[in-house]
Design a protein around this ligand. Sequence first.
Ligand code: SF4
Ligand code: SF4
Length: 322
Amino acid sequence: MSENQDQMSAKEKTLFGKEKNPSSIMPKKLTLDSMIQFRCHPGVSCFTACCGGIKIVLTPYDILVLSKRLGIEAHEFLHQYTTPTYLEKTDMPGVMIKMREEDNKCPFVTPDGCTVYSDRPSACRYYPVGMADFHEGGTKDASGNEVHGADDKFFFVVKEDYCKGHEEDKTWTVKEWREDQGIDVRDEMNREWLRLVMRRKSHGHQATLSEQGKRMFFMASTDLQHFKRFIFESSFLDTYVVDEETIQKIKEDDVELMHFSFKYLASSLFGVQFPELQIKEEKIKAKVSEMKTKQDDSVLQAIRQYEDLKADIDSMKPENKK
Ligand code: SF4
Ligand code: SF4
């Protein structure tokens, strides 16, 4: 493994409450009131060390905010600044920031720091305090012990040797630190999307997502303009009943559109029901009759196969042989 690959596997600004390098997770479970000692500022000797050779997965809200900040369309942002990845060991496609070729650093970092700081991605805000609450049941500390159960939510500190912020004398509660980083808003914006990914992860590989499902997930969670065209320019509104108020909101407000896309994905990929997103009655009837026709066809085919087989067997009986 090259040094870069090695660095990449060890360094990840985590989104999913699970660090690639378990030995860097401090074994202590923290609550919002726990005290942590940490400060990151331009005076630390490691300033921007965590902005290179690293995997930073972007959420739909990150992409929305960053492409607005840069004044470009989502598809241009994706093309220029990201590279595809699979999300948290699932078959769900997503994107991560593409490191610069010349120095393997984030395209937004300069010696003076992050050029998109007030709009930096969620994973950059969470670092170095991870949160585990997505029913994973599996984060291990350096000794291999489970550090959380299946359902509880808690925080943990990720401490890597190169990060000198842990040696600074600033102490604060996890809650204060999260407020300072603007994490609560991000949690709110990312929650439903993270749930989709974790739901998929908990399903394992028994049922693979169809290619169409993967394309839909990728489109809806990376390019909201494309998703908007899908809603208003395809047969979507012939299939789903969406009330007028929701239509107006998703036309005018990209954040509403994003939340709507999460509902659509939960409904189409996992069959979750939402009152504001119902399949039209006649479409359900048409689907049932299509399934019945398919079923009738397969029953007829099975009868034909059985009759052919029976005829073969009959022809082999001695009394039928001349
Ligand atoms: S987005 Fe900003 S904080 Fe995040 S890795 Fe890039 S330069 Fe660093
Ligand atoms: S203190 Fe840690 S978080 Fe801050 S720049 Fe250094 S390595 Fe990155």
